[in-house]
Design a protein around this ligand. Structure first.
Ligand SMILES: [Zn+2]
Ligand SMILES: [Zn+2]
Length: 83
């Protein structure tokens, strides 16, 4: 009864972050302490310790020009509906 749950099994589960539905290769997912709150590629929260930011349209315009699909500050989708 002591060997029901081996420590190695538990560790294997800890190495992988909870996977989003879309496979995202963005490096922010792998960082323990990401400088941004949201992933620019999928919009998922990568650092929940950062305070929620209220962005301006100007900031979103800059992010969009830099190729971010999602805002790293608030997670809103910037580029919508790629054909
Ligand atoms: Zn992502
Ligand atoms: Zn934003």
């Amino acid at each position: 009864m002591a060997a029901r749950e081996s420590p190695s099994d538990r560790c294997a589960g800890m190495t992988a972050f909870s996977r989003p539905p879309t496979v995202c290769e963005n490096m922010n997912h792998r960082r323990a302490n990401s400088p941004v709150a949201h992933c620019p590629q999928c919009g998922a929260v990568v650092n929940r310790n950062l305070p929620r930011r209220l962005c301006t349209d100007a900031e979103h315009a800059v992010s969009r020009r830099q190729g971010s699909t999602y805002c790293v500050g608030c997670g809103v989708q910037l580029i919508v509906g790629r054909p």
